[in-house]
Design a protein around this ligand. Structure first.
Ligand code: AMP
Length: 546
């Protein structure tokens, strides 16, 4: 069994050294010593998850449960908790202090282990229905009763999904490589194909990385598009043919089908199959065994409906009932595995041909695309896509492989306006007039390394129902209440459009967005995927040149 104390001590040592090399070495030495079960658990936690991607269970222990249990154990008041949180800026550190003040200490303290702790969390994730929330709180309480302060700090950080030790994905992969004397490139590739560092670490230990491939029902990260700077860009450096594909405004999904099982995964790699029961039959008919990539849109007659309509489908408990009110169409644009063969390394032309040969029917359709050779045809395709009610185009290199998790020049998106940013809400304020009772004005930030920097504030351009939902959400996720203004947990991502980026002393980023307008809530994006300060700086420089 692997002691939780040792896990915590390793993470703490890793967080204290500024040297990336040393972080990797420390972690590698630790991972190498772990037995297989503990290795899996540690690797999953290191990636900021409690359960591996694609797991049907979800551990719903949120901030409010964490704070409640910590208060119960320590007797701390709301005010004390909020002061501690603001002092440290981190719930893990606050937890360490609160646990040190525990009112009762168990007579027999059993040392926490990774394996046993994980078994408890797994049980908590599996419970459903009435009493589930109480059960989860009880599991958490039992763990925190046993934990030493340093153990509590990292337990809480695991549960909030952010370890804060300065180890990004690339370095984690390096640590796994170093631990088991594998090539970093081989670890990286395996990790992109299966998106599960725990599995990759076990493969590395057994020397089986070379055999890694996509796997059914193990979602992997999507290939993403860069931004098209101007329509001539794809043809620069020798004329080539590119695929001009409609850019649908919906949510991205990955389909895995094998045997009689069909699963849809969202961009955050969550299983969203149950929200779309009407897609099951047509997806079964498409082919007996495949993994495909596409965009799911709300549909109204002959045209896509606004993106917001889809939200109703994703949140509903009774999907069949809303299925009639909000029909959807799934447009597939890529095929990545068929039966036992991975297609990711084949050029797009070939993948597209294979995709076209599948048995499309009903609400599952082939994405609209055509090859173009010059700027004029590309502009035409853009117009045509807009007339079909789509956002614009994704311009794809026909010779390009599928690169999971990559954003780059192989795919370029073209939509109007060219620049929007995905920002994280950090504060919410009550509106005026008919919005007086609603938290409708949002202060938002972009990422700067591990920190968030405020770049502006916008009155909501959202629909009333969305504002009502956000109000309820922010009230539950307030970290500091100033009455009219609430500092909130950084959880909600908004897409904002704006007229310009200006220099400003008002915000700690040094920049402000001019006339920001909220385009929509990006429920499909996590704060880790929000835009960065570098992007804001680049836009600022671009407009000065332009
Ligand atoms: P954005 O979310 O604005 O950064 O644009 C990228 C997103 O466009 C992707 O993550 C997809 O969800 C979506 N998308 C829509 N149509 C396509 C397409 N034909 N190819 C690739 N991505 C697409």
């Amino acid at each position: 069994m692997a002691r939780w104390a040792e896990f915590a001590a390793t993470l703490d040592a890793v967080s204290r050294t500024p040297s990336k090399r040393e972080k990797v070495t420390l972690l590698a030495a630790y991972l190498r010593r772990l037995p297989e079960d503990a290795l899996r658990v540690a690797c999953t936690y290191l990636t900021g998850r409690v359960l591996p991607p694609g797991d049907p269970d979800k551990l719903q222990i949120g901030w409010s449960t964490l704070v409640e249990v910590l208060q119960e154990l320590s007797g701390a008041t709301d005010r004390e908790v909020s002061e501690l949180y603001l002092r440290w800026g981190d719930l893990g550190d606050a937890a360490a202090e609160l646990v040190a003040r525990r009112r009762t200490v168990p007579l027999f303290r059993e040392p926490l282990t990774l394996e046993a702790t994980h078994a408890q969390l797994r049980r908590a994730a599996a419970v459903r229905g009435k009493g589930a929330a109480e059960f989860r709180a009880a599991v958490l309480r039992a763990l925190l009763e046993q934990a030493q302060p340093m153990e509590a700090k990292y337990l809480v950080r695991v549960l909030t999904g952010d370890l804060r030790i300065g180890l990004k994905e690339g370095l984690l992969q390096e640590a796994v490589a170093e631990a088991f004397s594998a090539r970093p490139a081989a670890v990286r590739r395996a990790d992109l194909l299966c998106s599960d560092l725990a599995e990759v670490a076990c493969q590395a230990r057994r020397g089986e990385l070379a055999a890694s491939s996509l796997r059914y029902f193990r979602p992997f990260r999507f290939m993403l598009a860069g931004t098209l700077a101007d329509p001539a860009e794809p043809f620069r450096g020798g004329s080539q043919e590119v695929l001009a594909e409609d850019k649908y405004d919906g949510v991205r999904v990955q389909v895995h089908r094998l045997g009689d099982r069909v699963t849809l995964y969202s961009r955050t790699l969550d299983d969203v199959t149950d929200s779309f029961p009407e897609l099951r039959q047509p997806l079964l008919q498409l082919g007996p065994a495949y993994i495909a990539d596409g965009e799911l849109v709300a549909w109204a007659g002959q045209q896509p409906a606004p993106f917001q309509r889809l939200q109703q489908r994703l949140r509903r408990l009774d999907p069949l009932e809303v299925a009639e009110q909000v029909p959807v169409v799934l447009f597939l644009f890529d095929l990545l595995r068929v039966e036992g063969q991975d297609l990711v390394d084949l050029p797009l032309v070939e993948r597209r041909q294979r995709l076209e040969s599948l048995g499309f029917s009903g609400p599952v359709r082939l994405a609209n695309a055509r090859p173009v050779r010059d700027v004029a045809s590309l502009r035409e395709a853009f117009q045509a896509a807009r007339e079909r009610g789509n956002e614009g185009l994704v311009v794809k290199r026909l010779d390009a492989p599928y690169r999971p998790g990559r954003r780059g020049g192989l795919w370029l998106k073209w939509k109007e306006p060219l620049a929007t940013l995905d920002v994280v809400v950090v504060g919410a304020e009550y509106g005026h007039g008919k919005r007086a009772g609603w938290l409708s004005d949002y202060t938002f930030a972009v990422r700067d390394g591990d920190r968030l920097r405020v770049v502006g504030k916008a009155y909501s351009g959202l629909q009333d129902a969305e504002i009502a939902q956000l109000t309820e959400f922010f009230l539950r996720h307030t970290v500091r209440d100033f009455g009219h203004f609430k500092a909130v947990e950084p959880k909600v991502v908004l897409e904002v459009a704006f007229d310009a980026v200006t220099r400003s002393d008002r915000h700690d980023s040094g920049y402000a967005l001019r006339f920001p307008r909220i385009v929509r809530v990006r429920a499909d994006k996590t704060p880790q995927e929000a835009s960065t300060l570098e992007e804001v700086e680049a836009l600022y420089r671009q407009q000065r040149q332009g």
